[in-house]
Design a protein around this ligand. Structure first.
Ligand code: AHN
Ligand code: ZN
Length: 339
């Protein structure tokens, strides 16, 4: 009996070995492809677990709606985090007017990497949460706040992970300004009796774009908006193409060179009114928006959780954070400091 068992085990081992050999060919092809991808890779590995934790930390304060305690506590946390990674942090405060006349205590958080470098780029995202889940299927949720795990926290989570990776890196001569915009998501709600007003969105970015320091001229900007959703695909957004086609080519080219073509199709999306609009139109900084497009989603082309109570940690996909984060590393480490 014992002998039979041993024979069986050996036979099984042979079958498994043979089976894995039979698949050698296809495995090898995949490995070759992976080689091409990893050969193109530059810079450090983007740690998506760490980015995910940064997203979760922001959500742990609660929805970061304007004028709320959670908002103020999270502001403190984000600023401290960038400081911890050796960056000089500025908080640009302003009282801004919401569509309904509410005074919004706004704070853009600006963290500078290599502050003295001449060639600079801007990487940005909004950090506030929408106060109303006005796109929820259930109208009982329309006045409840959105957690904004994806819509807000995901972009900041990717930026914080980039900042963590860049700390102590003395090889890069490029300067990077990380800007966390406030008051993006107080735009006119669907249920308001007022007509929607495109200027009611991106209030913090509008303020930043019209209060730049003298002579400040970054080469370009990249906005990260909703970069952690499930089934996300980042089509080429229209305003980005109009103002910053070269940057679109650079970012999508980087994505394809390291194996993230599925996430970054070379296909047109729609035009989105987002934080990059004032950067392009008021500040003259060519800026793209990395934002998902869901052509087949009936509820919203921004995806099924957009401006609903389901935009929470349960609906964050770490693989999406990884794809966007590694593409950002690729772009950053492909730049030289020369103007
Ligand atoms: C509008 O819906 C007009 N713009 C979308 C910008 C946005 C809101 N991004 C995140 N939340
Ligand atoms: Zn939003």
């Amino acid at each position: 009996m014992k002998h039979i068992r041993i024979t069986l085990a050996i036979t099984a081992a042979i079958i498994i070995t043979a089976a894995s050999c039979a698949s050698c060919k296809s495995t090898k092809k995949t490995a070759d492809e992976a080689m091409t991808d990893s050969a193109a890779l530059v810079g450090p590995e983007f740690n998506a677990d760490s980015a995910f934790n940064f997203v979760a930390m922001q959500c742990s304060f609660g929805p970061r709606t304007m004028n709320s305690k959670a908002h103020d506590r999270c502001e403190e946390w984000i600023a401290k985090q960038f400081e911890k990674y050796g960056m000089k942090v500025e908080r640009q405060r302003a009282d801004l007017k919401g569509y309904d006349g509410t005074t919004l205590k706004s704070c853009n958080i600006i963290a500078r990497y290599n502050p003295d470098a001449a060639k600079r780029i801007v990487i940005c995202s909004h950090w506030d949460s929408r106060p109303w889940a006005d796109n929820d299927l259930d109208k009982n949720n329309w006045h409840k706040p959105v957690m904004g795990a994806n819509d807000g926290a995901s972009g900041v989570g990717v930026m914080l992970e980039l900042a963590r990776l860049l700390q102590n890196d003395s090889t890069l001569s490029l300067g990077i300004d990380f800007v966390c915009f406030d008051a993006e998501d107080w735009g006119t709600p669907e249920w308001a009796d007022k007509a929607s007003d495109s200027d009611s969105w991106a209030l913090g970015a509008q303020y930043w774009a019209t209060h730049l320091p003298e002579g400040y001229q970054p080469a370009y900007g990249i906005l990260l908006d909703m970069v952690g959703g499930q089934n996300a695909k980042f089509y080429q957004e229209g305003i980005s193409k109009t103002y910053a086609q070269d940057v679109v080519n650079k970012v999508w080219g980087a994505a394809h060179s390291i194996g993230y073509a599925d996430y970054f199709p070379m296909t047109d999306g729609t035009m989105v009114n987002d934080d990059h609009v004032p950067l392009n139109e008021k500040a003259g900084i060519p800026t793209i928006d990395i934002i998902p497009y869901y052509p087949d989603c009936a509820q919203s082309t921004f995806g099924p959780t957009w401006h609903t109570v389901y935009d929470d940690m349960e609906h964050i996909d770490i693989n999406t954070l990884k794809a966007v984060g590694q593409v950002m590393v690729q772009v950053i480490y492909t730049e030289t400091g020369e103007q």
